[in-house]
Design a protein around this ligand. Sequence first.
Ligand code: PMV
Length: 318
Amino acid sequence: MGQSLTSAPSNIALIKYMGKIHKEGNIPTNSSLSYTLEHLRTYVEIEKSKSTDTWELLNGSAYFPFAMSARGREKFLEHFQFLKNKWSISESFILRSANNFPADSGIASSASSFAALTLAAANLFEKINPQTWGNDVSELSRLSQRGSGSSCRSFFSPWSIWSEEGAQPLSLPQNSLHHLVIVPETASKKVSSSEAHLRVTHSSLFPGRAQRAQLRLEKLITGLRGHQWKDCFQIVWDEFIDMHQLFKHCPEPFDYRTEMSESILVKLQNLWRSQGDGPLVTMDAGSSIHLLLRPEQKELALLLKKEYSLLCPVWSSL
Ligand code: PMV
């Protein structure tokens, strides 16, 4: 029995999930808030197999080639086994997946891949052994969280807030932002986000991190509700700098920022200084720089896309 293609979007956190209270179940140290990136997606296809569960790359010209690491495959198959157990499924399957953007470069491919895997499995398993909760989006988000924490936010769009109760949609006035991600390095990053979550808990800046994130979360929601874009820019900027400072102050420090990403950040700061307006700017655990712009900033978004495309790959919603 084959299955049609299922896909799920990535998301970009403006208030970051970084550090876990419990590794088991990916229980975060603090609440996070993200914008869902509908144009950056993982596609998953599941087919019955006579042997054991395996993973293969999904072929197609729309996808970005990548080699899933041995650990990546293991985590993907472990999560699939967890889902099979939930639905009491004993058959074996071939999983095929691919992204329409480069993996492991700070575009949160784990968010879209685990969300897509959870959705694809739920679609298929509901046909084999339906469950009362099998189509409940909040339940699927909770299941996905076990595979990758940030994936639980990809089930809601355009804004998703992940707090103690799990992820849920958040209604905010900005519901159709332009998104650009500038990718200075398409090679896989050296420290995985799983490893970053572990190391940051030993960072000298980790004490107080949950409180700082919570305060920014509240201020950002107020700022977005009040259309205080400049305030929002500053909060979002301070937040990603905070996360990257945690990385630098670990006993085993690491840094995703490159010369290129630094120079792009300086240009963006100068833009804000000279115009008093600009995009929201953030970075995840990688060297990529994400920009979010209001609908009426389309011209600026196109200009930035053109300018940065001369330096490195840019993926955008435009
Ligand atoms: O879901 P994970 O374990 O890949 O965590 C990703 C965490 C960040 O992308 C760095 C931040 C976030 O909130 O998405």
